[in-house]
Design a protein around this ligand. Structure first.
Ligand code: ATP
Ligand code: MG
Length: 445
């Protein structure tokens, strides 16, 4: 039995009452059957788009893909994507179906879907429709292509990345024939749009089983991110590291919160290591300057995948600064807060914890980093001043003292430095006094 939420049950009933067979389909059926809450509900129906429009006349309907038979019904329970039963035409460009053909039966619609666990449908009266053994695969934890796997990946190579993403999110094993076909069809990924590659990789990186999927399918990752291939099997020859650069990065990525920027930064933080590797006379490996080298590799990679400027900036800052100390005294923490702000400080803390766990050698580093996290909370709770905005004086005060032009900003920054370093209290009186004294000093010089 599957628990249909009220908004989906109502839409199905409306279409059925008008004479159109309608099912819940795809990810929502898969997730319900495995006991997870679906994040959205998709329906498929015998009704054509114009017939759906008639059934839902007066309701809020978006024509999301009328050409492909898809409408979105906006309900109080959330949006419902409703698609006419369809089969896809050929895929001459390996990206888009040449056309869609509406079909009469749910089974024909399920046949166009990529993996058996997503090719099941549920009907309130008829129960489960599962022509490809999706339920068995779901219970076994197996991801298997529907039909001939090579043909499916030739039609749409994005499915190769979807497979790795599902493996990462669901923790499923990819069935061997399906995995072999993914590898045979890798070159087809060349014609998949960068945005779609990015979306799948981000989903993959944020999956609960990302570590396992990234290790098992590093060749797939290496195909779309060739810049990372030198990390594979790059031995660190260093007592602080238990794993090669790739495995270290993957293990570290699996440790940070499943936030895209953090996971991407962790995956990329050491990508410059292979190019920086030197081995000393004792046979120990060193990677001097690798954060900069990682930054240089990561920047064009993120650009190619069309990350937004904001995300790119956040990820690159983390990559470049992952090795710099955060500071283990209130004064140093305030200084670092002044340089990068609270949000990036927290990002770096998360990254450093991931890095430490990913090294697999110094568990005591975690306790030390937890100490810094504690220090950060104390500094913030004490309402410490670490930015010009928080300073008890402003530019107008400096102008009143007789300063003008660049001297205003210089003075404010000098006062902020003094507050951060604990040499001055952040009060108006103290700061004005200090400013006057500095001006007199300058005057005397
Ligand atoms: P999730 O929403 O958790 O990513 P999902 O399985 O619902 O997983 P969607 O991308 O929402 O995936 O697609 C809904 C359904 O449409 C899938 O379950 C699958 O049956 C089908 N589908 C989506 N994309 C493809 C594709 N590229 N090739 C074949 N079938 C697809
Ligand atoms: Mg879905």
């Amino acid at each position: 039995m599957l628990d249909l939420p009220a908004h989906a049950a109502r839409a199905i009933a409306q279409l059925e009452d008008a004479g159109f067979e309608t099912w819940a389909v795809g990810g929502c059926v898969r997730d319900s059957l495995r006991g997870a809450a679906p994040h959205d509900w998709d329906l498929c129906t015998a009704a054509r788009p114009e017939q759906m429009q008639a059934v839902f006349a007066g309701e809020r309907v978006l024509e999301t893909g009328a050409k492909h038979g898809t409408l979105t019904l906006l309900t109080d329970g959330g949006p419902l994507e409703i698609t006419t039963f369809r089969a896809d035409g050929g895929y001459s460009d390996g990206r888009h179906p040449d056309g869609v053909r509406f079909v009469a039966h749910i089974e024909d619609d399920l046949a166009r879907r990529d993996f058996t666990v997503g090719a099941m449908a549920w009907h309130p009266e008829r129960g489960l429709c599962d022509p490809f053994g999706g339920l068995d695969d779901l219970q076994e934890g197996v991801l298997r292509a529907v039909g001939d796997p090579d043909a499916r990946f030739q039609e749409d190579a994005l499915r190769i990345l979807r497979a790795v993403r599902f493996a990462s999110q669901l923790g499923f094993a990819v069935e061997p024939e399906t995995a072999a076909a993914m590898r045979r069809q890798l070159a087809r990924l060349d014609c998949v749009a960068a945005e779609r590659v990015r979306a799948e990789l981000t989903g993959l990186l944020c999956g609960r089983f990302a570590q396992r999927a990234l290790l098992a399918f590093r060749d797939v990752i290496g195909y779309v991110l060739p810049e990372l291939v030198p990390m594979f099997d790059c031995d660190q020859q260093n007592p602080h590291h238990k794993y090669d650069v790739w495995e270290h990065s993957v293990r570290a990525a699996g440790q940070v919160p499943a936030e895209p920027a953090l996971r991407w930064a962790m995956l990329l933080h050491d990508c410059g290591k292979p190019a920086c590797k030197t081995v000393d006379e004792r046979g120990v490996g060193h990677f001097y300057g690798h954060p900069k080298a990682s930054h240089a590799i990561a920047e064009p990679l993120l650009h190619r995948l069309r990350f937004s400027a904001e995300e790119t900036g956040r990820i690159l800052l983390l990559v470049e600064q992952h090795d710099r100390p955060l500071g283990d005294s209130p004064k140093l923490v305030r200084r670092r807060l002044c340089q990068i702000g609270e949000a990036r400080f927290r990002d770096l803390l998360a990254l450093k914890k991931g890095d430490a766990v990913g090294q697999g050698t110094h568990p005591e580093d975690i306790a030390w980093l937890c100490g810094i996290a504690q220090l950060l909370e104390e500094v913030l709770a004490a309402d410490a001043c670490f930015s010009l905005r928080q300073l008890a004086v402003n530019g107008n005060d400096m102008v009143s003292l007789g300063l003008s032009g660049p001297a205003v900003g210089e003075m404010l920054r000098a006062l902020l430095d003094a507050v951060i370093d604990g040499q001055a209290d952040n009060t108006r009186d103290a700061l004005l006094r200090r400013a006057r004294a500095r001006m007199e000093e300058r005057h005397d010089e």
